[in-house]
Design a protein around this ligand. Structure first.
Ligand code: COA
Length: 255
């Protein structure tokens, strides 16, 4: 059987491609495990990551419905835990992750995009939390991350109606940050990743961690976290180089 996920690493940019186009990149257990492995392999060298789907039609058409149709409560709980672990690994990955949404992103595919730092959609993308029509609910973070991203009303519309919305409606809803021509998507996401990869690594990881805490902590606690994060960067190569470059009127060169 061919590998369900491809990983390429080039100059600090990792590209993770879900590669089951005949199943519209549905995320079965083996594919989730392969995403996890790819993140682990990339962890040391990647300074930015792009996640996308193989083929012309889908980013990921969700969790694998054929597999789920045979599950009982115990197997479902294990699949849910596995999905949560992979989405959390993306969310806490120490470099920014961009979802290049190249087509259908339904159910678990939408949740995969939600776990990323940025969502850029092809104008052909169609997105939705469609689980309600399968008799279930989002189970890989959709009930939580979607509310935080688009607000309660829009999240309820998506989850309760199971609506499938196109890229421009997703942009209007704040579900994706940008829509680009389909043929430009890969190059655009790669360009974003390269720009992010050239930024200071420790400061970038710290920024991501602190921004994530805004969803986890109350503001007072979050500000304490910010103070510790901010001051811990002083004395790092990132801080010395960034400030020296400004004072010397040159471009910074972050190692
Ligand atoms: N899990 C497992 N298999 C899936 C799948 C999923 N989530 N989504 C699509 N597939 C399979 C189809 O069963 C089909 O298999 P087959 O060739 O053996 O018949 C193949 O992928 C192609 O899909 P198909 O439905 O024929 O393509 P389409 O272009 O007509 O429709 C979609 C595409 C995405 C609109 C449709 O497949 C769909 O609605 N999928 C389910 C989306 C969903 O609810 N996901 C949430 C899961 S949590």
């Amino acid at each position: 059987m061919s590998d369900p996920v491809q990983l390429s690493l080039d100059d600090g940019v990792a590209t993770i491609t879900i590669d089951r186009p005949d199943r519209l990149n549905a995320l079965d257990g083996a594919t989730l495990a392969a995403v996890d492995d790819a993140l682990e392999t990339a962890r040391e060298d990647a300074r930015a990551v792009v996640v996308t789907g193989a083929g012309e039609k889908a980013f990921a058409a969700g969790a694998d419905i054929e597999r789920m149709s045979e599950m009982g409560v115990e197997a479902a709980e294990a699949y849910c835990r596995q999905g949560h672990a992979v989405m959390n690994a993306i969310e806490t990955f120490p470099a920014p992750v961009i979802a290049a949404v190249n087509g259908y992103a339904f159910g678990g595919g939408c949740e995969l995009a939600l776990a990323c730092d940025f969502r850029v959609a092809s104008e052909r993308a169609v997105i939705g939390q469609t689980e309600i029509d399968l008799g279930i609910v989002p189970g890989w973070g959709g009930t939580q991350r979607l509310v935080r991203l688009v607000g309660d009303e829009t999240a309820r519309r998506l989850v309760m109606f199971g609506e499938r919305i196109d890229a421009s409606d997703a942009y209007e809803a704040g579900l994706v940050g940008e829509v680009v021509a389909h043929d430009d998507l890969a190059a655009h996401a790669d360009e974003m990743a390269r720009e992010l990869a050239a930024k200071p690594r420790f400061a970038m990881a710290a920024a991501k961690e602190a921004l994530n805490q805004a969803h986890e902590m109350g503001q007072r606690e979050g500000l304490d976290f910010e103070r510790r994060t901010w001051s811990s960067l002083f004395g790092t190569d990132d801080q010395r180089e960034g400030m020296a470059a400004f004072l010397e009127d040159r471009e910074p060169d972050f190692a």
